[in-house]
Design a protein. Structure first.
Length: 77
């Protein structure tokens, strides 16, 4: 992908189960296409916290796309 095609993508996963597997392959595909990917994993302390507090964890960071792989409430993303 050229620099014009490069997007910043945030994906939000749970730490286990099918959601994490889907997020892994989604991120791998995006990285392979030249995009920048940030993964936020729920309940893993070292990655930053709960998606409900995403504004605190990623303050000042902008993304072109967000995938909330938990499939909960869009208003919380």
């Amino acid at each position: 992908a050229s620099s014009v095609d490069r997007n910043k993508v945030l994906t939000i996963n749970t730490h286990s189960g099918g959601h994490a597997v889907i997020g892994f392959y989604f991120a791998k595909n995006l990285l392979g296409s030249g995009h920048e990917v940030t993964i936020m994993t729920v309940e893993i302390v070292s990655v930053g916290g709960d998606p409900v507090e995403i504004d605190k964890v990623l303050k000042g960071v902008a993304f072109d796309a967000v995938l909330d792989n938990n499939g909960k409430d869009l208003d919380k993303v």
